[in-house]
Design a protein. Structure first.
Lengths: 422, 115
């Protein structure tokens, strides 16, 4: 069904764009519009009042009072004519009016005799549809009536404008939020090594689980080459969440990488990280703290020599081959970002074949078990003893599985790195 | 609540006593993210003199607890009052040692006759 081009408004393409923009076609019934049609029917004392939206080939009713149909084809519509005019289009005796007497709605079963339609005109001059009142008996319409109809149509248009404006604000907010989330995620993703590097001298395993809430996580880990054969292991935990915390993670991680190029003393690297955080800031300015555990690993005759320093971070844990007792690497220091001249100390230990080092964040040790007790280092010790002889990835998997056991409540991000000599 | 019961109650509680120019804040239970707000609010009015955090009855301290100590330390230096920690034992003492809190905030063992 196509409409005679002579009956189309001159701005039909832009008009249809406007119709789409207001996003009103096929929308659910709406009390605000229903109140206007009910009011119009009451005021003009007619059985039928409709808010129509004129689509390409149909006339759809946003609100209909006294009618059961939701839409009609554009061809026989009187409303299609109403949108050609900027003033109300009125037919007082439709069966005598040459403009309408042949229209099927007039000539046929419907028996339309009176029609008055005021266009719904957008602020930029497009007629989306009409507010019209209809009767099966002829009626007269005074200038005052015509003005009233025009005003009611303007009220309908105001409602459409308000809804469009509200939706625009909501959409814009949503766009901004989505952008912010995507940026944060991209930033955080860039901060995780996509996979552990394959190393000749060491067997590495790891896992990383953000806490259940959707925000960007605060834990991080890193593995990168140092010198000819060595590598660095980093585990850290930034306070807070979201993009500002992710920015601190980036600063800490990249400063560690850069500083590690010119010193093999992990305590010196942590002092540099702390200095970097305070560049241009005074104590008390920083909104975020960060704990870090840094270990330089140097392969030596089948063993791994480890030099570690830590900034307020849970100590690295070593289970020696054949031993039942977990050892802590004694590396102490304050979190970075607290004050300007902290002391860090380095500690050195050698891993022989079969010895396992586990680095972790406090999300692991502070997980609550079913009986209410903390998992703690005791829990890690249990897993390591059970997994003696297994590969680092297998050990990491076993630790992760422990966190997923029924009744275990993990409250925080968790990162774990497992290291053994090959 | 008797002192014995207090030591085993997990919920955080702080009791404040004024001793001349010193405010003694006695911490009970576990200091984690839930309790830190209460502690900061309680000590929000301290502006002069010395504030002693008495940890004899504290059973747990995590990173959120350490952050509150860090903020109190920074504020005390900016506002010109003194902060001290006393009586920490067990797991709490371990966390304080790990973060070398004693380098920055004086820590004593809380025996009679000391701060």
């Amino acid at each position: 069904m196509s409409v005679d081009p002579a009956l189309l408004p001159s701005d039909e393409d832009e008009r249809l764009e406007a119709v789409l923009r207001y996003n009103v076609l096929d929308s659910p019934p709406d009390g605000a519009f229903d109140r206007v049609t009910a009011l119009a029917a009451r005021h003009f004392d007619v059985p039928i009042a409709i808010v129509t939206i004129v689509d390409t080939d149909r006339i759809w009713f946003k609100s209909r009072h006294g009618l059961e149909v939701d839409e009609i084809g554009r061809d026989p519509g009187l409303r299609a004519s109403a949108i050609l005019h900027d003033d109300p289009w009125i037919v007082e005796q439709a069966d005598r009016d040459p403009r309408t007497l042949a229209n099927p709605l007039v000539a046929g079963e419907f028996g339309l005799r009176f029609y008055a339609g005021a266009p719904l005109t957008t602020h930029d001059g497009h007629n989306l549809g009409t507010l019209c009142v209809i009767d099966r008996e002829p009626r007269e319409m005074s200038d005052e009536d015509s003005d009233t109809l025009r005003d009611l149509a303007a009220i309908v248009m105001d409602e459409l404008e308000l809804r469009l404006a509200a939706r625009t604000v909501v959409d814009r907010e949503q766009t901004l939020r989505t952008f912010a989330e995507r940026t944060a995620r991209a930033l955080q993703a860039s901060l995780l090594p996509p996979e552990l590097p394959a190393l000749a001298a060491a067997d590495l395993g790891a896992f990383y689980e953000p806490a259940r809430d959707a925000e960007v996580a605060g834990d991080f880990y890193d593995v990168f080459p140092v010198g000819a054969e060595g590598f660095a292991l980093v585990v850290g935990d930034v306070s807070g969440k979201g993009p500002p915390a992710a920015a601190v993670t980036a600063l800490v991680r990249h400063t560690i990488r850069t500083a590690s190029m010119t010193t093999d003393d992990p305590a010196a690297v942590l002092r540099t990280v702390n200095d970097a955080m305070f560049l241009g800031q005074t104590e008390g300015d920083l909104a975020h703290y960060c704990t870090v555990h840094l270990t330089f690993v140097t392969p030596l005759a089948g063993a791994l020599v480890l030099r570690s320093a830590a900034a307020g971070h849970p100590p690295g844990l070593v289970l020696r081959a054949g031993s039942e007792t977990l050892q802590e690497l004694p590396a102490f220091g304050p979190p970075v970002g607290w004050y300007k001249d902290p002391s860090f100390a380095s500690t050195e230990v050698t891993l022989d074949a079969g010895d396992v080092l586990v680095l972790h964040t406090d999300g692991l040790t502070e997980a609550r078990q079913a009986d209410g007790s903390l998992l703690g280092e005791a829990g890690i010790g249990d897993v390591l003893r059970r997994c003696q002889g297994k590969s680092s990835p297998a050990i990491a998997e076993a630790v992760q599985a422990m966190l997923h056991e029924p009744g275990v409540d993990v409250r925080d991000d968790t990162a774990v790195l497992v290291v053994q000599a090959r | 609540m008797s002192e014995e019961n207090a030591a085993h109650a997990p919920v955080f509680r702080v009791e404040v006593r004024q001793e001349d120019a010193t405010v003694r804040a006695i911490l009970y239970g576990e200091l984690d993210m839930v309790g830190t707000g209460a502690l900061e609010t309680t000590l929000g009015g301290v502006r002069t003199g010395t504030c002693v955090l008495d940890m004899r009855h504290l059973t747990f301290l995590d990173s959120a607890g350490i952050h509150v100590l860090m903020r109190l330390d920074t504020r005390s230096r900016a506002e010109g009052w003194d902060l001290a920690i006393t009586g920490a034992t067990g797991a709490v003492a371990r966390v304080l040692a790990l973060c070398r809190v004693g380098d920055r905030i004086p820590i004593t063992d809380g025996s009679p006759g000391t701060a």
